[in-house]
Every structure is written in C-alpha cells, then in structure tokens.
Design a binder for this molecule. Structure first.
Ligand SMILES: Nc1ncnc2c1ncn2[C@@H]1O[C@H](COP(=O)(O)OP(=O)(O)OP(=O)(O)O)[C@@H](O)[C@H]1O
Length: 633
C-alpha cells in the first residue's frame, strides 16, 4: 500500500470523527495508515525478525547448556574435561552470537523506524506548508510544533521501543514456555498457574498507568504551547513588563508537569517491583516443588537450575511489554493526530492539477506571457511576467473570516496597470484583508478579483505569488545571511544581483555598516535590524524577483526620519512600471500616489488624489489634519 493510499484508507475509516476525539486511540486505523510506510521496508523487517530469533535462541540456550553441564557431566561423575571445555566454549559462542544479533536487530529496526519517521515528518511539514491562511488562524503554532516534533517523536518511540519489545520480548516469552515444557511439563504447568495472576495485575496497572501517562503528556503539551506562545509574543511580554507574571504562569505549569511525572514514575516503579515479587514467588514455588522432586530423585538438579533461570528471564519481558503499553497508546494517538493533519485539505487550491510549470504555460497561453528565464543582471525585463500589464479589478467583493461577521461588503475597485494606489483608513477598516484577498491567502465569499481580466482563482498560486510582490509590515526574515534573505535562498540569483538590488533601493549603505556586511547572519525575526531596515531588504527582494504588482503594507512603527526617507526613495524606484498598492500609516508616503482610497468598515468611502480628497473635506482631510497635528506636536 502506498502512503497516499494508506492516508486515504485512514480518512475513509475516520469520516467525521476527527473533531474533539483525537485523544482516543484508534489502533486499527492507525496501524493501517502506518502499514503503507512500513511495506517498502519489509525485507529489512524480515532481517530484524531473523536476527531477533537468533539472538533470543542464543540467549535462551545458555541455561539449557548449563543443565547439560550439570546433569550429564558434573553430577554424572564423568571426568570428561574435554566435554566440559566444549560446553564452556559453546556457552561463550552463544553469548557472542546473542550480542552480535541483538546489535544487528536493534540497528536494523532503528534504521527502518527512523527513516519512516523522517519521511512522515517531511511529508507533515510539506502538508502544513500547503495549508491556507485560514488553517493557521485556527491552529495555534504551539500545537503545530507539537505535531511536528513530539508526535513524530512518539512514532519514533513506537519503532524503537514498542516494536522492538513486541518482537523481542514476545518471542522470548514464547521460547521460554517451549523450553520449560521441554524440560519438565509438571513444573511448567505449575508456572502457568501464575499466568492469570500476572495478566490481572498487568490489566489493573495498565489502566492506572494510562491515566497517569495521559496526565503527564497533557501537562507537557500545555507547557510547550505556553513557551511557544511566549516566544512569539516576547516583544509584548517585555513591553508590558509581563516577565514576572509569565514566569509565575510557567512555574505553575512546570510544577503540574513535575508532579504528573513523579506520579508516573512512582506508578512504573510500583509496577516493576510488583513483578519482581511475583517473579520471586514463582521461584520460591518452583524451588519448593522442584526441590522436593530433586530430593525424591524424580527430577534432575540441572533441570531445576535451568528452570529457575528461565523463570527469572520469563518475568522480565512480560514487565517490559506491559510498560510499552503507554508508548503504544501515545504513538497511536500521535498517528491519529498526524493523520488528521494529513486529512485536512487546503481550502485554497489551484483549479487545475497542473504543475506550476505547465500551469504557467497555460496562463501564458490564455492571457499572460510569462518570461521565466532569469538573467544575470537586474534588468527589469528578465524573468518577469513579460506581457502581464498589472490591471487589477475588485468586482463587488464580499468577505468574512467568520460566518456572520462581514469584513468587506460589495467592494468595487479598478486599478489601472502601473497605477500607484494608497490605501488609508481607521484601524480594522479591512485594508490588510483586501490585500490578503488579492494574494489569495483567503478566497472572497462573493464577487471576484481579477488581474488582467483573469480571476485570481484561475491563476495557479505559484504564478500568482510570483506576479505579486508583498512587502509586509513586519517582513519575515529567515535565519541566514542577508544575501540569502534577499534572493530567498535561490542560488540562481547571483550575489552581484543581490548587491545591485540593495544599492538600487538604498539599503546598501545600511548593510555595509553591519559587522559582516552582506554575510551578516540574521535570525528569524531579523534581530539587529529595525522594521524599516527589514522593509528595505524586502524591497531588494522585489527588485530581484520583479513581480508585476507591488504591495507595501507600510511599517506602522515610528521610523527615524532617515529610514523613512530611504523607504520613500525605495518605494519611488520600486513602484516604477509596476502596479503598486500601499497601505499607508504615514500619509506622507502616499501623498504622491495616483489615487488614494479611504476605507471604513470594509467599504471605500472616498477616493481621489491627495489634493482632491483634501478639498472634499471628508475623512481623509480629517486624517490628514490629525497627522499634521501629530507632527507639529
Ligand atoms: N485572521 C483573522 N481572523 C479573524 N478576523 C480577522 C483576521 N484578520 C483580521 N480580522 C478582523 O478583520 C477586520 C479587518 O482587519 P484588517 O487587518 O483587514 O484591518 P486593517 O484596516 O488592515 O487594520 P490595521 O490598520 O489595524 O492593520 C478587523 O476587525 C480584524 O479584527
């Protein structure tokens, strides 16, 4: 079964039962889903089985060998030194063989397990990356981190612990039983009497352990989610001096996790010791019954010796297998969580099943001639969308994030190719939402958005996102050098191109002042750079990638006048021959725009040039006078 097929089967088994029930293990479905991944490794697993059998037999034959040495040699009164030496040599050989095959079995199984988990982790990350923005609104990053890290780790434990234990300990129990019956049926039957007791104790502990284990996992994931939340909102925490309060809340969660862990450990120790007592009880029983038989000459001493050794070895695997129950359970829950993610299809999809390359070709055929070759220089025509003009139409669009809470209602806006539009409005007016719709992070509920007459829903997302260049309010910078951040790790763009682009937007001076210049390593939040400087780097990205439409969500943070001027200059050069939409927080940025749109409650309430809007004396004039007042203040 191919993984895709496995996912499909799993989904079929789970129709409609994802929501709210994910903590309940679905063993059969989980293993069906996993079987698709295991199948390609079947030969390696057969090798694991073979190694396991040899390793176990090598270990279990050792007491049997001792029995032979005692009964057939030492107690038989033979002075067969050669025979004794041979037994010792075979004993040693068995120990070495047990070591080698246990090592091989372990390594082989780990290799299979790790490669399956690595593959699932890769697919999981890929699947998460494909999701639409609405998905990330619903899912906290903390829980997604848990899925990619802890849940895949639980899967890893399934292979490295559960599967190993099932193979090794299951077979050990089986072989010991066979050897016991082979040695002495009566004594073996006495031992079997203990089996129901072992079984009952295991069941009782299992449910108790499950509760403590789940409690510890839940408290751990709460703690992880709390840390993730704090890291992403660290700026806010520090700005509001929330460190103490956050520390208190963390301590609380940490304490709860600590106590749950202790409880889990106590339960495990209690369970392990109970098994020890049972094992000793069994040994006492066998010594009593077997000892009587030896004294009555009905049983050989060597058999009794081997029996006692086997009883010791018998309890250990039972203990281990029962301990694996929790890991099995958490792995099953993890599989079901992972497959719930696999089962979530992105809300925003391309209309065709075409690959981005062939899709590009078809869009080219329809309306847009895409010139995809990349040139070495920063010439405007190279790897740009040749004949795309950049005309944008919002046609009577309506949109809401949540049902019943309209954000944009019946909005119409026509933007000419190459026009520069400034968008202003009160906070929450829907400016960013409008841009998100143009980038198709979300789909409109009604109406349509067209670029050169083509509905954005008909343009493959890969093409659309290359057509539109977005400079966000808080541009995201990756962990990597400045060069890599400008060319987005695309090695086909040369370092010289990057430098020229940075010079073009006026970022060069700032970058050269950094300790390692263009090689300066940035962290994910671009620490060391101001919001304005990060925006300048994003502008350089625009120059390098040459989109036909530029969207700038202006940094709302107060920039120093020098950076503000640099951004203004960069905008002037980057917006040339490009349709440009600027969401402005400082009116000075857009005073020169061809047209200014004023938004309020998801509607366009005014539009015109700066001068026209001032003369109109409406909301824009109010905003303008307010901003002038602020500047004067
Ligand atoms: N992901 C989201 N899920 C739910 N509601 C959202 C989401 N993003 C924005 N909103 C809501 O949509 C409305 C419009 O938000 P939007 O960010 O588009 O406004 P804006 O004009 O860009 O505001 P600002 O200038 O403050 O950035 C607001 O009421 C906001 O709370």
């Amino acid at each position: 079964m191919r993984p895709a097929q496995a996912i499909h089967n799993w989904q079929a088994d789970h129709k409609g039962d994802h929501g709210g029930q994910e903590e309940k293990p679905q063993y059969i479905s989980a293993f069906k889903a996993l079987s698709g991944y295991v199948k390609p490794h079947r030969w390696a697993l057969a090798g694991v089985m073979a190694c396991t059998v040899v390793a176990i037999l090598s270990e279990l034959l050792q007491p049997y060998l001792m029995k032979i040495a005692i009964d057939d040699n030492l107690l038989a009164g033979k002075n067969d030194f050669r025979g004794l030496l041979l037994i010792c040599a075979v004993y040693l050989g068995l120990s070495v063989s047990s070591f080698i095959f246990a090592y091989l079995q372990n390594n082989l199984l780990q290799q299979v397990g790790q490669s399956i988990v690595a593959r699932i982790r890769k697919q999981l990350f890929g699947h998460i990356m494909k999701q639409s923005m609405g998905y990330f609104d619903r899912m906290s990053s903390g829980s997604l981190i848990t899925h990619v890290s802890s849940d895949t780790e639980a899967l890893n434990q399934f292979f490295s612990q559960v599967l190993l234990s099932l193979f090794r300990d299951g077979l050990t129990i089986l072989f010991i039983l066979v050897l016991m019956f082979q040695l002495d049926t009566t004594l073996a039957l006495y031992c079997l009497v203990l089996l129901p007791v072992i079984f009952l104790i295991a069941i009782a502990f299992r449910s108790f352990m499950r509760a403590t284990y789940q409690l510890a996992r839940t408290r751990l994931s709460r703690m992880v989610a709390f840390v993730a939340e704090n890291l992403s909102g660290m700026g806010l925490v520090q700005a509001f001096h929330q460190q103490k309060e956050q520390q208190r809340q963390f301590d609380e969660r940490n304490g709860l996790y600590f106590r749950a862990n202790l409880r889990e450990i106590r339960t495990n120790v209690l369970f392990g010791r109970t098994f020890d007592i049972l094992s000793n009880l069994a040994i006492a029983l066998v010594t009593w019954i077997g000892g009587m038989a030896v004294l009555g000459k009905q049983l050989e001493f060597g058999v009794l010796y081997a029996f006692i050794t086997y009883i010791r070895q018998f309890f250990q695997p039972i203990n281990t297998i029962t301990q694996q129950w929790n890991t099995l359970q958490s792995a099953t829950v993890a599989i079901s969580r992972i497959w719930t993610i696999f089962g979530t299809e992105p809300e925003i999809t391309d209309k065709t099943e075409e690959t981005p390359r062939s899709a590009e070709r078809s869009v080219t055929r329809k309306q847009m001639t895409l010139t995809t070759e990349r040139s070495q220089g920063v010439s405007e025509e190279a790897h740009s969308f040749g004949s795309v003009r950049g005309e944008i139409d919002f046609e009577h669009i309506s949109f809401s994030y949540e049902e019943g809470i309209p954000i944009i209602q019946g909005l119409d806006l026509h933007i000419e190719p190459g026009e520069m539009i400034g968008v202003v409005g009160t906070t929450g007016a829907g400016k960013s939402s409008l841009i998100s719709l143009l980038c198709r992070f979300y789909d409109v509920k009604e109406g349509s958005i067209r670029i050169d007459g083509t509905d954005v829903r008909d343009i493959p997302q890969a093409t659309l996102h290359r057509l539109i260049g977005l400079v966000q309010q808080e541009p995201y910078l990756y962990s990597g050098s400045i060069v890599d951040n400008v060319r987005m790790f695309d090695d086909s763009i040369s370092r010289e191109d990057v430098i020229r682009a940075c010079e073009f937007v006026g970022a060069d001076g700032i970058i050269r002042k950094l300790p390692d210049g263009y090689n300066t390593l940035l962290s994910e939040r671009g620490s060391g750079l101001s919001a304005g400087e990060r925006q300048l780097i994003s502008f350089a990205r625009i120059i390098v990638f040459k989109p036909k439409v530029l969207i700038l969500d202006e940094a709302s943070a107060n920039l120093d006048s020098q950076t503000e001027q640099l951004i203004q200059n960069a905008l002037n050069v980057v917006s040339k021959q490009r349709t440009t939409i600027v969401i402005a927080h400082r009116l000075s940025t857009i005073m020169q725009a061809d047209r200014i749109i004023v938004m309020s409650h998801g509607e366009i309430v005014e539009q015109g040039s700066h001068q026209e809007l001032i003369e109109l004396g409406g909301q824009y004039r109010e905003l303008y006078e307010h901003s002038q007042g602020q500047q004067a203040g």
